[in-house]
Each structure stands twice: as structure tokens, then as C-alpha cells.
Design a protein around this ligand. Structure first.
Ligand SMILES: Nc1ncnc2c1ncn2[C@@H]1O[C@H](COP(=O)(O)OP(=O)(O)OP(=O)(O)O)[C@@H](O)[C@H]1O
Ligand SMILES: [Mg+2]
Length: 226
């Protein structure tokens, strides 16, 4: 390992997952490392295990076997609320259906994420405003999700994923709810802001519009030797 670069943003070692004892194995990863600041797409048809991969990488789903490290920290060593807090600080997640808090404005959605991510109170507003500006939503910061277009909502969720300056940003089909022009814009924006902030980015998707934006695409079915 390069001592200057430090541990990878994400590493999975000998990971296997089945949803129940005796159920088929739906994820096999021998050794996958995503260097800090790198960008990677994981592809595969419906049911191939993309969301399973993402949830395992995020520590939302504990794999049946193997080790998952984010920034060198072993997720299995953490439990319950401690793991949730740690995830909030170190991993930004962009969900397919955004998962924005509907009763709050765009800006408040970012402020709540910053609060859970332990951003000092005096920094929260400035960070939220800078990110909303960066994703082109300065004029819309005071609107609730229902008052925003689908593409605008996804841009809020991208800004929210970055507000804690995470080591790792994970996105599950980030353009699935968008038409093609919006999909291209949103994925380009996600890649650009992740690069500018030095965050590693892993996107799982089957959409060629999304996959075409990544120089490196791996098939989720081929992450282990046969
Ligand atoms: N909670 C669950 N319990 C049992 N089986 C599950 C569960 N979630 C997913 N599976 C199964 O695991 C396999 C992989 O599912 P996964 O959701 O990871 O696929 P995917 O590649 O994300 O598909 P899609 O492109 O349709 O989102 C599928 O066979 C699915 O039926
Ligand atoms: Mg999926």
C-alpha cells in the first residue's frame, strides 16, 4: 500500500452474501479496493446484486462472510448507533428515490444531515449554501421536495450526500428516475462534485447513460474468481 495515499476509501475482502441460510449466494467479491478519490461504476442486469453490493459497502447490510473497510476502518467492529453515526460522517449515500425529508426544505435537508455528521454548528449553513449553489439550486433552497422537479430533488440529494465531506460517496441508480438529458446532467454533476471534493465515488447502475460517464466499470457478477 502506498504510505502517502493511506488506506483505500473502500475495500471488500472475501465478501460473500446470501439473504438466508441455504438461499443462493447473491454477492461474491474476492478483493476490491477503491483508492481515495477514485471513481468506479458497478454494472449488472436486474437482480445481479448491485443494490446488495452497495448496502454491504455502506454497512447497511452485514455480509454473510468477509470484511468491509471504509478508509481503513472495519465496519464489523462497530455496532448499532455508533456505526450509524460513523456512517453518517464518513459515507455519503445518493438513493435512487432520493429519500429526502418531505416536511423540510432543500436547505434544511442538508442542515439535518450536517447535524448528524457532527459538522460544527457555525459551519453548517455556509456548507449547505455553498453546495446548493454548486448544484445550481441557490434559488430553490427554501422549497420542499414536493415543490421541486425530479432532477432538482436528485441534485438536493447529491448535495446532501457531500455535506459531511465523506471519504466515500455511494449512489444506487442515481439517474433511474430521470429522463435521458437529466440523467446525463445529474451523473456529470455527481462525478464533478465528487472529484472537486476529493471524495471517492462508487455508483451502481445498469443504465448505459450512467455507465458511459465512468472510465472504469466492473460487472458485479465478476468480482470473484469463478
Ligand atoms: N431483502 C432480500 N431478501 C431476500 N432476497 C433478496 C433481498 N434483496 C435482494 N434479494 C435477492 O438478491 C438478488 C440481488 O438483488 P439486488 O437487489 O442486489 O439486485 P440489483 O442488481 O440491485 O437489481 P435491480 O437492477 O433490479 O435493482 C436478487 O436475486 C434478489 O431477489
Ligand atoms: Mg438495485
Amino acid at each position: 500500500m502506498d504510505p502517502v495515499a493511506g488506506p483505500p476509501a473502500l475495500r471488500l475482502v472475501q465478501v460473500r452474501h446470501r439473504y438466508a441460510p441455504g438461499a443462493p449466494e447473491v454477492l461474491r467479491v474476492d478483493d476490491l479496493a477503491v483508492p481515495r478519490g477514485d471513481q468506479l461504476a458497478i454494472a449488472g442486469p436486474s437482480g445481479a446484486g448491485k443494490t446488495t453490493f452497495l448496502n454491504v459497502a455502506a454497512g447497511i447490510l452485514e455480509p454473510s462472510e468477509g470484511r468491509v473497510e471504509v478508509g481503513g476502518a472495519d465496519l464489523a467492529a462497530m455496532r448499532g448507533a455508533g456505526r450509524d453515526r460513523w456512517r453518517g460522517r464518513r459515507i455519503g449515500i445518493v438513493f435512487q428515490t432520493f429519500n429526502l425529508l418531505q416536511g423540510l426544505t432543500a436547505r434544511e435537508n442538508l442542515l439535518v444531515a450536517a447535524m448528524f455528521g457532527d459538522v460544527p454548528r457555525r459551519e453548517r449553513a455556509a456548507r449547505a449554501d455553498a453546495l446548493l449553489d454548486r448544484v445550481g439550486l441557490r434559488e430553490h433552497a427554501g422549497k420542499r421536495p414536493s415543490q421541486l422537479s425530479v432532477g432538482q430533488q436528485q441534485r438536493v440529494s447529491i448535495a446532501r450526500a457531500l455535506v459531511n465531506r465523506p471519504d466515500l460517496v455511494l449512489a444506487d441508480e442515481p439517474a433511474a428516475s430521470l429522463d435521458q438529458a437529466n440523467a446525463e446532467n445529474v451523473v456529470s454533476l455527481l462525478c464533478d462534485v465528487a472529484r472537486e471534493g476529493g471524495h471517492a465515488l462508487v455508483v451502481v447502475a445498469h443504465d448505459p447513460v450512467v455507465l458511459g460517464r465512468f472510465p472504469k466499470v466492473l460487472d458485479v457478477r465478476h468480482l470473484a474468481a469463478a
